[in-house]
Design a protein around this ligand. Structure first.
Ligand code: UDP
Length: 172
């Protein structure tokens, strides 16, 4: 079968990992997501994943409650690392080879983000999960998805998220 896209960037929001509650990890939901990723991987699609952290923490919300915004954002980026490790573990259990690269150096738990290395993994059909967002406060993991997609030459960004609807035309 001819593939429509050879290389994709999948953005998974943190909330999506939390299932119905949208908080913490929901194992059946994670397994369902991994099942979908595994199917695409088996077709030969090269997959980069950016995972959010909203199931644990959002910097903007914490800063409203008085925390310094940059610090709050760093906590949010660390939340994405927890999600990345849990997702990696679920994918490996499903038999899908997968590495985590972090934008914040954390050498005991994940590789650091190195663009050319990520591309080599993808060329070799390993999934790469990009953790810790862009590594910079005041950004979101949606920005990260666009950035990493450009860096790995993904043909498309696919966003799996939990929102009430999507505009298909200008609402105004
Ligand atoms: N974040 C950040 N810089 C980034 C990416 C994320 O500071 O490049 C922080 C920010 O505080 C954000 C949190 O990490 O609220 C979790 O990411 P996001 O809200 O994008 O997660 P999602 O909504 O996709 O679950």
């Amino acid at each position: 079968m001819a593939l429509k896209y050879k290389r994709i960037l999948l953005k998974i929001s943190g909330e999506a990992l939390g299932g119905e509650k949208g908080m913490g990890f929901d194992e059946p939901t994670m397994d369902a997501i991994c099942g979908g990723v595994k199917k695409a991987h088996e077709l030969g699609v090269q997959i980069g994943i950016v995972v959010g952290g909203g199931n644990f923490w959002r910097g903007a919300k914490a800063s409203v409650r008085g925390m310094d915004r940059a610090t709050a954002d760093y906590v949010g980026m660390l939340a994405t690392v927890m999600n990345a490790l849990a997702l990696q573990s679920a994918l490996e259990r499903a038999g899908v080879p997968c590495v985590v690269q972090s934008a914040i150096e954390m050498k005991n738990v994940a590789e650091s983000f190195i663009r050319l290395k990520a591309r080599t993994y993808l060329d070799n059909n390993k999934i790469v999960i990009f953790a810790a967002g862009t590594g910079n406060p005041f950004f979101s993991t949606d920005t990260t998805a666009a950035l990493r997609a450009s860096e790995i030459n993904a043909e498309v960004v696919m966003k799996a998220t939990s929102v009430d609807g999507v505009y298909d035309a200008d609402p105004k």
